[in-house]
Design a binder for this molecule. Structure first.
Ligand SMILES: Cc1cc2nc3c(=O)[nH]c(=O)nc-3n(C[C@H](O)[C@H](O)[C@H](O)COP(=O)(O)OP(=O)(O)OC[C@H]3O[C@@H](n4cnc5c(N)ncnc54)[C@H](O)[C@@H]3O)c2cc1C
Length: 400
C-alpha cells in the first residue's frame, strides 16, 4: 500500500493519520480537511471557550510542528466532493483527484438547522471553531437575551456557558423531558432541573413554530403561543452524519456509513470512523453510531490498524463507549449505552439530589452506567459494563 487518503481532519482523521504512522506505514499519506484550521478539540467550545475560561486557540489538538513529523500531504481548507471506488479516487473541490490504495472516511457530522431561519441574523449553531468565534462575539456584545432551542447536551452546555456570563437564558425543548431520545425521563428531568437551579428558564413539551424579526431575530414563537424575546438564538437540535459528498459512491448509507464490525465500508480498502460511521458492536450485539469524542479517536485508530492488517487479519471494533458533558460545574458521564426504554436503577444518590449513579440494563444485562457528579463511581463500575455482567450481578455488586 503506497497511497493512503484520510478525508476529514477532525479527531478521527487525526487519530487515523497518527496511528498509520505509529504502525509503521511509510507511504504517501494525504489528510483532507474542509475547515481552514488544523485539527482541534470540539468539546471545549461549548464549555470553556464560550464561558471565557479558555481561548479559542487553546483547542488545537497538536502543535503545528507535529504535522511535519507525520509527513502528511496536508490539504487543509479543501473539501472532498466525490468518491469513485472503482477508479479508487477522491475528487476535491478544486477538481483535483487523489488516488488511494487505502481510504479512511472521517467527515463527522453537521448540525441540523431550523427550516426558514437562515435569513435571520443572530441565529447560530455550534459545531466548528468558526461557529464558536461568531457566537462568542455576539455573546460578549452587550447583554443579549439568549434562547437555546433543544435541550440536548450541546444546547445545555451553551445555555450553562451563557448563564455563567450572567446573561438571561431560556431553553426550549419540544420533548417532555430533555434527552428523551437517549435517556430515561427521570434522568432527563434532573437535567432540566439543573437549568432551573441555575436561573435558566425552561419550556418543555412545546415546539418552536417560528422565529420573529428581521433582519435580526427578535423573538422565538412557541406552539402554545408564547413569544420569548431573543437577541441571540442557538439551535441545538442534533447533527446529521456528513455523507452528502458520498451520495454517488455506492457506499451503503443509512444512519451514517454502514460498516462491518471491523469498520470496513464495503469496497476494497475503504474504512470509516467517528461520528459518521455505524457498525455492529460485537459485545452489545447491536449496530451503533456514536457521537462521542473518545470514540472518534479510538474507532479511527482501529480502522487504521485494520486497513494496514488487511481484511483477513482485521479485528472487530468493540470499545466500551464513553461520553461526558459539563454543565454548571456538574459532570455527567456515561460508560456503555443508554436508551429510553432500558431499565434504570439508581444505585447511589437520586435525581432529586442532582447527584446519582444509575445502572442501565437491557435484556437482563448491565449495558451502561450513567452518573451525575459521581465520576469516581462511574469509573469504578466501568469494568462491569465491559465484562459483561448480568443485571442481577451488577445490582449485587453495587449493594456490596
Ligand atoms: C460543541 C461540541 C461539544 C462537544 N462536547 C462533547 C463532549 O463533552 N463529550 C463527547 O464525548 N463528545 C462531545 N462532542 C462530540 C465530539 O466532538 C464528536 O463526537 C467528535 O468531534 C467527532 O469527531 P469526528 O472526527 O468523527 O468528526 P468531526 O469532529 O466533525 O470532524 C470531521 C471533519 O471533517 C471535515 N469534513 C466534513 N466534510 C468534509 C469533506 N467533504 N471533505 C473534507 N473534510 C470534510 C469537517 O469540516 C470536520 O472538520 C462535542 C461536539 C461539539 C460540536
Amino acid at each position: 500500500m503506497r497511497d493512503i487518503v484520510v478525508v476529514g481532519a477532525g479527531m478521527a482523521g487525526l487519530s487515523a493519520a497518527e496511528t498509520l504512522r505509529a504502525e509503521g506505514y511509510d507511504g504517501r499519506l494525504t489528510l483532507v480537511g474542509a475547515e481552514r484550521h488544523l485539527p482541534y478539540s470540539r468539546p471545549p467550545l461549548s464549555k470553556h471557550v464560550l464561558s471565557g475560561k479558555e481561548e479559542p486557540a487553546s483547542t488545537a489538538l497538536r502543535a503545528e510542528g507535529h504535522y511535519d513529523g507525520l509527513r502528511l500531504d496536508l490539504r487543509i481548507g479543501r473539501r472532498a466532493t466525490a468518491l469513485d471506488t472503482t477508479a479508487r479516487t477522491v475528487t476535491l473541490d478544486d477538481a483535483g483527484k487523489i488516488h488511494y490504495d487505502g481510504l479512511i472516511i472521517a467527515t463527522g457530522a453537521t448540525p441540523r438547522r431550523l427550516p426558514g431561519t437562515d435569513h435571520l441574523a443572530g441565529v447560530h449553531v455550534l459545531r466548528t471553531l468558526d461557529d464558536c468565534g461568531t457566537l462568542l462575539t455576539e455573546l460578549t456584545n452587550g447583554t443579549p437575551r439568549v434562547v437555546v432551542i433543544g435541550a440536548g447536551f450541546i444546547g445545555s452546555e451553551v445555555a450553562a456557558s451563557a448563564r455563567s456570563r450572567g446573561l438571561d437564558v431560556t431553553v426550549v425543548e419540544a420533548a417532555e423531558t430533555p434527552l428523551s431520545r437517549v435517556l430515561d425521563p427521570r434522568i432527563g428531568a434532573a437535567c432540566a432541573e439543573l437549568h432551573r437551579d441555575n436561573g435558566v428558564g425552561v419550556h418543555l413539551g412545546v415546539g418552536v413554530t417560528g422565529l420573529e424579526g428581521g433582519p435580526r431575530v427578535e423573538a422565538v414563537r412557541l406552539a402554545d403561543g408564547t413569544l420569548i424575546p431573543a437577541d441571540l438564538v442557538v439551535i441545538g437540535v442534533g447533527v446529521a452524519p456528513e455523507t452528502a459528498w458520498l451520495a454517488d459512491s455506492g457506499l451503503t448509507i443509512g444512519d451514517g456509513i454502514a460498516c462491518d464490525a471491523t469498520c470496513a465500508a464495503g469496497p476494497p480498502g475503504v474504512y470509516a470512523a467517528g461520528d459518521l460511521a455505524s457498525w455492529p458492536h460485537p459485545g452489545f450485539g447491536r449496530r451503533l453510531r456514536l457521537e462521542h469524542w473518545t470514540n472518534a479517536g479510538e474507532q479511527a485508530a482501529a480502522a487504521a490498524r485494520n486497513l494496514l492488517a488487511g481484511p483477513d487479519a482485521a479485528l472487530p471494533y468493540a470499545p466500551v463507549p464513553y461520553f461526558w458533558s459539563d454543565q454548571y460545574e456538574v459532570k455527567i458521564q456515561l460508560v456503555g449505552l443508554a436508551a429510553p426504554a432500558d431499565t434504570v436503577a439508581f444505585v447511589h444518590g437520586s435525581p432529586e439530589e442532582r447527584r446519582f449513579t444509575a445502572f442501565i440494563g437491557h435484556q437482563g444485562r448491565l449495558v451502561g452506567v450513567l452518573g451525575m457528579r459521581s465520576a469516581a463511581k462511574v469509573m469504578r463500575y466501568r469494568a462491569l459494563v465491559a465484562e459483561p455482567t448480568s443485571w442481577a450481578d451488577a445490582l449485587a455488586a453495587a449493594r456490596g
